[in-house]
Design a protein around this ligand. Structure first.
Ligand code: PAF
Length: 285
């Protein structure tokens, strides 16, 4: 694989390769099996794979989160070296390459940007849209790969692609979990051992919630989820919402749900100072 730092050089190299389709996996580094699963899918489906590693300041609504975000470029490159082919590219730009001039664009994603992560992390999705649109304009991929742990991010990116008229196809890939069920996340490595041991309760509880939907109404399920996770100690639920799969409209009563249609139970949990998100598919049968 080639490691490229400059946006112009990346454009030129992709042009030189003249391969189709080009698959793109944007990341903020601190790679884990979740990222590698995206890279593996891209490698299967595309003739040329570009992986970007860039910690995007614009999407952090919390200065400490940006400062503490794990960075492990050496280890990331060594992991990518094992899954990428010789002509594939790792793009490792600095701030000047991504934002040569200040990005003042304001995106409007309507309801998609106003619920859940959009509500609790003001400005987050605007920063994500800024960086991803800039990366799409540099790499001009045919396909781009995102993990479904960030379900709302996937919906936002699809909407941004629609609004901007980009030709890229967005591919969403399943959540990859640790053996104990915890969704893989770069932030997991920041957890204390005690909270890491407790964090699997998040997915275990979501799994119970997914089966409760057949017999219980939504307020009861929400109450169960918050109570079960918080009684573990050290964990605090920021939100738990059941939303439809397309517009992410929160559903507040089972009577609003359609049978055999996909909904998602989405959660954000503070584990000490670390914020974890996860989600699970729900269906009324
Ligand atoms: O999901 C992420 O890691 C980031 O939000 C992304 C898509 C790489 C943009 O910085």
């Amino acid at each position: 694989m080639k490691v490229i730092r400059s946006a112009d050089e990346l454009k030129a190299q992709i042009k030189r390769e003249a391969l189709f389709p080009v698959g793109f996996v944007p990341t903020m580094g601190a790679l884990h099996e979740g990222h590698l699963s995206l890279v593996r899918i891209a490698a299967k489906e595309c003739s040329l794979v570009v992986v970007s590693i860039y910690v995007n300041p614009a999407q952090f609504n919390n200065k400490d989160d940006l400062k503490n975000y794990p960075r492990s470029l050496e280890a990331d490159l060594s992991m990518l070296g094992k899954v990428l082919a010789k002509n594939d590219i790792v793009f490792t730009p600095d701030d000047k390459e991504i934002y040569p001039v200040e990005d003042k664009r304001v995106f409007n994603f309507g309801n998609l940007g106003n619920v859940m992560e959009g509500l609790y992390r003001q400005g987050h999705f605007n920063g994500v849209a800024q960086v991803v649109s800039r990366l799409f304009e540099i790499a001009e991929p045919d396909l781009a790969y995102f993990g479904l742990k960030d379900l709302q991010q996937v919906a936002i990116i699809k909407e941004m692609v629609r609004q901007k008229g980009y030709k890229v196809r967005i591919v969403a890939a399943p959540i990859i979990r640790e053996n104990d069920g915890l969704a893989m996340s770069s932030r997991n490595r920041l957890l204390t051992q005690e909270l890491r041991n407790k964090a699997p309760v998040i997915y275990n509880t979501l799994s119970v919630a997914a089966s409760m939907i057949q017999n219980c109404d939504i307020p009861e399920i929400k109450n169960y989820v918050v109570r079960t996770i918080e009684k573990t100690g050290g964990l605090s639920v920021e939100y738990f919402e059941i939303v439809d799969d397309k517009y992410l409209h929160p559903v507040n009563a089972k009577s609003e749900m359609k049978k055999r249609k996909s909904y998602f139970g989405c959660i954000a949990v503070w584990a000490g100072k670390i914020r974890l998100i996860d989600n699970i598919e729900l269906q009324l049968v």
